[in-house]
Design a protein around this ligand. Structure first.
Ligand code: SF4
Length: 792
């Protein structure tokens, strides 16, 4: 290590940057936070501090609960994820006013009041508290662990003789080391750090870094290390001291990166350096908390640079920027170890698929749901409390336009694009790299997908005039995401169980067909009374009555179950279904083709291989089908990538898939969300990327990428049509499944509404058949090259 320490600064910076790049790629994070200064009173007197104030200078010893909530709400409304509680150390031990205030309000100590306020903020706003309570005991840390997904305390320096810490009993290094150790024993994701330039030597700094590394080796709990530079402030004992020299600061950041274990994030605050871009050269991967609302109460004279400026500086140096939660992904993704049980859901509720902060603009408030009424085919639920203003699949809020601004390609994205142009297929590592995209990189991927779309599909946008008949909502399966199915005994839980008669089904199909529908899509629950012939009889009855109506029906689960109930091989069963009029299968029931994820989402359903096998057999008997993927509930990008690759392999074998349909998870009334075990669906960025990356992955194999307007809404669809999507699906007269899960985009769109979507994009709307043959005024035409049919 002594060799490292004595290296020239430029060598250290280079080495630190390399280590950061290999650990975290080009991603730099920040935490959108609101600062809640619970009390400015402190029993310590540090020579550099302007945060601590005597009682005479404050209006009240502590912020009231109303003040705390007010600040937190402001933070929530502007899209913060974190409520950073800052406070002085144990003011009640020094100031009678503080002691009296706590006693009058029923709190044993400052830490107990902090616990109560963190809980209040969490419950009312959903912001994730980060408690920065100083050198506290094991029991105090343990109490705060219930309400704070992460905690922090700067180690500052292990030099016990610093002048600035005279009169500051809580800055004794041994006390702070004890806190660090106790946090490790309690498995608290912990933030610590160094203060550079307060009179310590380089040797002191190295010892401090080594102590942090050693504590992390024992417990694995140090999620990030802040390296902060001293700046003199008026009104403090150190106001005449020199600021921390820039070289010392950069050297300390670089040494922290080099000496600390690779997985520890290194943070430097952007508001304490005029030219903060240089900090990236020293190996940081995080800007820390950036507040759109409150001042930096510890450094009030240094306001945070606007987020746009931080993003520009970061991106101009070749990095991407992403908001994070107060708890880092490495810890959030392992909640059983690192989080109190009560915090699993609040963290999940704000996280995206990479366990970073959801990045749609707007507020996320906790959803408090009341079931209010049963409707004919399902149940409507009502949300009470504050309305979130972020986009979700199924909500009526428009997403931000992610396609505005410049595309920014990384060398990796360029390489992928060049490979695709040369006819190479993207594989798992490339797909995962594409899913990490942020900002301008998303636009670069959308452009690539759009180019491929134009090459394959020309300028047309296709749709099918169809009607959906969800013939029963009674189901013996227990898919945990399904807001549609009702067990026969669940009448009192949600909507009424129903089963349409064959006459009703034919009447609905007939009405739709006479209104111009060319396809009837049949999907329903797995009714306990059905034998396998029910499905075949339904096809026959519709086909006899309406021979020109394309019957697109029955998921892999329905046909597998139908054959099983008759003890008949699936190929023979499907051949009978074809004879009875079945023309194609919908690709639903695929959810995510990964058995670990299926175990969470739908443990008693067919597994991944059974889904693939059902489609393989369907294709072998002449049925076409499509691929769907329901994404955004509990899985991660690796599962999306594997799903795309498994279905691409099958397509290479059979050529039977007509299209890929992205189905973003609609959370609002989904049981798994109501039981607090899933996210709020994908973010809009993830939604756009899934469709764009599907286009790139399937290029040359599946020609049509469809997006679901029922879940995404028309504003979102307009963006997706510029990111690889060429098909808007069906008019869907009568769709109930998304609606039962909470989607609010209605049940039907007309041709005129589709036209209005396509026209501003310069794209021609063309009606198609289920199998992508163009249709003109109800007449199916010979396929044209502008509307490709998937490879046979
Ligand atoms: S998704 Fe289908 S199989 Fe699963 S519970 Fe809902 S209706 Fe039943």
């Amino acid at each position: 290590m002594s060799q490292v320490i004595s290296r020239p600064l430029t060598t250290l910076l280079h080495e630190a940057s390399q280590k950061r790049n290999s650990a975290f790629g080009n991603r730099i994070t920040y935490s959108p936070k609101v600062f809640i200064p619970l009390t400015h009173l402190c029993r310590d007197k540090c020579g550099y501090c302007t945060f601590a104030q005597p009682p005479a200078r404050v209006t009240s010893p502590f912020l009231s609960p109303e003040d705390v909530l007010d600040i937190a709400f402001q933070g929530s409304l502007t899209g913060c994820h974190e409520a950073l509680f800052t406070l002085g150390e144990k003011p009640e031990l020094r100031y009678p006013d503080a002691k009296a205030w706590l006693a009058e309000n029923g709190y044993e100590s400052t830490i107990h009041y902090l616990h109560a306020m963190a809980k209040l903020v969490l419950d009312e706003t959903g912001l994730l508290p980060h408690a920065n309570a100083g050198a506290i005991s094991y029991d105090e840390l343990s109490l705060l662990r219930e309400v704070s997904p992460s905690q922090g305390m700067m180690l500052e320096s292990l030099n016990p003789d610093l002048d600035c810490h005279k009169g500051a009993p809580d800055k004794e290094p041994w006390r702070r080391l004890e806190t660090l150790e106790a946090a490790g024993q309690l498995q608290i994701p912990f933030t610590t750090g160094l203060l550079v330039g307060i009179g310590e030597s380089k040797d002191d700094r190295i010892k401090t870094i080594e102590a942090i590394a050693a504590s992390h080796q024992r417990h694995g709990h140090i999620q990030e290390v802040i390296v902060q530079n001293f700046l003199p402030k008026t009104g403090t004992r150190m106001h005449k001291h020199k600021p921390c020299p820039s070289d010392d600061y950069l050297e300390t950041i670089a040494l922290a990166r080099i000496m600390l274990p690779e997985q520890i994030h290194i943070q430097a605050p952007p508001n304490l350096s005029d030219d903060f871009g240089i900090l990236l050269d020293a190996g940081i991967d995080d800007w820390g908390g950036v507040s759109p609302v409150t001042a930096d109460h510890v450094n009030p004279e240094r306001p945070w640079p606007a987020l746009d400026r931080i993003a520009n500086v970061t991106e101009n140096q070749g990095f991407s920027i992403a908001p994070r939660l107060t708890i880092y992904p490495e810890y959030a993704s392992n909640p059983a170890t690192w989080l109190d049980d009560k915090l699993h859901f609040p963290v999940l509720d704000r996280s995206d698929s990479e366990w970073l902060g959801r990045d749609d603009p707007g507020a996320i408030f906790p959803e408090k749901i009341e079931f209010i009424k049963n409707v004919e085919d399902g149940a409507e639920v009502a949300q009470v409390g504050e309305d979130s203003t972020q986009w979700y699949s199924g909500s009526t809020i428009n997403p931000a336009n992610l396609l505005l601004g410049h595309a920014r390609s990384t060398s990796e994205i360029n390489e992928i694009a060049q490979g695709v142009a040369l006819g190479q297929e993207v594989e798992l590592p490339q797909i995962l790299a594409l899913f990490r995209a942020r900002g301008g990189e998303v636009r670069a991927i959308a452009e690539l997908a759009d180019t491929l779309r134009a090459e394959v599909n020309g300028s047309s946008v296709t749709y099918v005039s169809n009607c959906n008949i969800n013939y029963t909502n009674v189901c013996t399966f227990k898919c945990r995401f399904c807001g549609f199915s009702k067990g026969p005994l669940s009448l009192n839980l949600r909507g009424k169980p129903y089963l349409h008669t064959l006459e009703e089904i034919i009447a609905r199909a007939s009405e739709a067909h006479h209104g111009g529908a060319t396809e009837v899509c049949l999907q329903g629950g797995i009714h306990p009374d059905f034998d396998g012939n029910y499905y075949i009889d339904m096809c026959q009855a519709i086909h006899d009555e309406l021979p020109n109506l394309h019957i697109h029906g029955f998921t892999a689960l329905e046909v597998t179950e139908g054959a099983k109930r008759l003890n008949e091989p699936l190929d023979s069963y499907l051949k009978r279904a074809v004879k009875a009029g079945l023309k194609s299968l919908p690709g639903t029931a695929a959810e995510i083709l990964d058995d670990e994820i299926r175990e969470i989402l739908c443990p008693d359903k067919i597994n991944s291989e059974e889904w693939l096998e059902a489609h393989r057999i369907a294709h072998s008997v002449g049925l076409r089908s499509n691929v769907t993927m329901m994404f955004g509930s509990v899985e991660n990008p690796i599962h999306w990538a594997k799903h795309l690759l498994a279905t691409r392999e099958l397509q290479k074998e059979t050529g039977g898939f007509t299209e890929f349909v992205g189905l973003p998870f609609v959370h609002m009334a989904s049981p798994i969300y109501l039981r607090k075990r899933a996210r709020r669906g994908p973010t809009f960025r993830e939604n756009l990327l899934v469709h764009a990356i599907a286009r790139i992955t399937y290029h040359g194999h599946i020609d049509n990428i469809q997006a679901s307007w029922v879940k995404i809404g028309l504003e979102g669809m307009a963006q997706l049509l510029q990111a690889g999507v060429n098909d808007v699906g069906g008019t869907l007269n009568g769709e109930n499944i998304s609606r039962a899960a909470g989607a609010k985009h209605g049940q039907m769109l007309t041709e005129n509404e589709f036209e209005a979507l396509c026209k501003p994009l310069g794209r021609a709307l063309i009606q198609r058949s289920t199998l992508y043959e163009p249709i003109d005024h109800g007449i199916t035409k010979v396929p044209r090259s502008s509307i490709p049919v998937s490879a046979e």
